[in-house]
Design a protein around this ligand. Structure first.
Ligand SMILES: *Cc1c(COP(=O)(O)O)cnc(C)c1O
Length: 417
């Protein structure tokens, strides 16, 4: 078994952390050192995760939940152990954790299954989201609305980047059946008060979902404390592999929801006349699941838990403040969400400089940032832009990274003007 690492706490040191991420010491375009500031799109993976996946394939690979032989039992134990590691990480019970492909599949699963459960009662009802949602938390709800005759309501974003809570209060009334809200915006980096919003949903008798794709890596999460019915995130933004994600669903709600997909494992018996479904969470995991992904995710969480989370948060907060202040010192800079505390994510436009050009020229200097709409087109429209440049940090980001970013940015802006 490969799941019995003891947890050792050690002081946080971003520089020494980097040694655990082989990719961070590579170069690009020949011999230019890589400065990776695209962590909000995906984070890099430590050796602990890469090795756990290799170990799984070397020692324990077999299909899970099919019983029969020793290796199969071992693989099942590892997979179910991963579920309990995830549950412990977010303050949930093991039977409340569904493995998915990622945030996107988690939201689609909830939207589709919940809408089926609610059936025709959704006609004339409303679903509330915000103007800062990722497309993954917009499109599935539009599809539910098309299917059921419910309508979408959108909470406005203020000019400073905060959510308009007064507007939220007027929108979340007794006609609302679901409230689905991003915790930390992948574009603005603002943290929404999801506890308050979920309690507003509860008071209105509505269900609630929190999109935790960004928050999961930047702050400790306890789903019971947030008070949401559902919480979703992806592994790949949390130092874990791609293709694995988590849907937390409150046990009593999950238990009532119908399956999302049909197939193997999610049943207890099948005849051509009638099929009985398995209990949650297996009911929502049709087919062979992503075993290496779940095991890699557990390894990532175990690895992350060896770090002192409060020191990581302090480190990221300090870097975030510095990144924002560096950016603000540039002439003609417009930061989206100028009035908020940024959770390590900064989106900006610079007068007279096209974001795309900026991205290309920074890349030539080894600095990897993201340019585009960040899957938040309605938010781009809200701020009157079509694209922005976005820099985002991780636990392994250092002041040297930000020095390089700052120098390259200033050089590029001078060149383009
Ligand atoms: C990345 C992200 C998503 C989508 O995650 P996938 O891993 O692509 O499914 C959704 N919401 C937010 C806030 C994100 O940052």
């Amino acid at each position: 078994m490969i799941n019995t690492q003891t947890i050792v706490r050690e002081p946080f040191n971003a520089q020494s952390l980097r040694a655990q991420f082989p990719i961070l010491s590579r170069t690009v375009h020949g011999s230019v050192p890589l400065v990776y500031l695209d962590n909000a799109a995906t984070s890099q993976k430590p050796l602990a995760v890469i090795n756990a996946i290799a170990e799984y394939y070397k020692h324990s690979n077999a299909n899970v939940h099919r019983g029969g032989h020793a290796v199969g039992a071992e693989a099942t134990a590892l997979y179910e152990d991963a579920r309990s590691v995830v549950a412990g990480f977010i303050g949930a019970q093991q039977n409340e954790i569904v493995f998915t492909k990622g945030t996107t599949e988690g939201i689609n699963l909830v939207a589709s299954s919940w809408a089926t459960m609610m059936g025709s009662s959704l006609r004339g009802r409303s679903i509330v989201i915000t103007e800062m949602e990722h497309h993954a938390n917009i499109v599935p709800w539009q599809m539910v609305c098309e299917r059921t005759g419910a309508s979408l309501r959108v909470i406005r974003v203020n000019e400073d980047g905060t959510l308009d809570l007064e507007h939220a209060k007027t929108l979340i009334d007794e006609t609302v059946s679901f409230v689905s809200i991003v915790h930390v915006s992948n574009t603005l980096g603002v943290t929404n008060d999801v506890r308050v919003l979920c309690s507003m949903a509860r008071d209105a008798g509505a269900f609630s979902l929190v999109d935790g794709a960004q928050s999961i890596v930047h702050q400790p999460i306890n789903v019971k404390d947030i008070g949401c019915d559902f919480f979703v995130f992806s592994g790949h933004k949390l130092y874990a592999p791609t293709g694995i994600g988590v849907l937390y669903g409150r046990a009593d709600v999950l238990e009532k929801m119908p399956p999302y997909q049909g197939g193997g494992a999610m049943i207890t018996s099948v005849t051509f006349e009638h099929t009985s479904y398995n209990d949650a969470p297996i009911r929502f995991e049709a087919g062979t699941p992503n075993m290496e992904g779940a095991i890699g995710l557990a390894a990532a969480i175990r690895w992350f838990s060896t770090l002192d989370r409060s020191l990581v948060c302090e480190h990221e907060h300090a870097l975030s403040l510095r990144m924002i202040s560096d950016l603000k010192s540039i002439d003609g800079m417009r930061l989206l969400g100028p009035g908020v505390e940024h959770a390590g994510i900064a989106s900006f436009v610079i007068e007279g400089v096209h974001a795309q050009d900026l991205g290309i020229l920074l890349d030539e200097q080894g600095v990897a940032i993201r340019t585009g709409h960040h899957c938040t087109m309605p938010l781009m429209r809200r701020f009157g832009v079509t694209s922005t440049a976005r820099a985002s940090i991780a636990a392994y980001t250092t002041d040297q990274d930000l020095d390089a970013f700052s120098t390259a940015l200033l050089r590029t802006v001078r060149m383009l003007r």
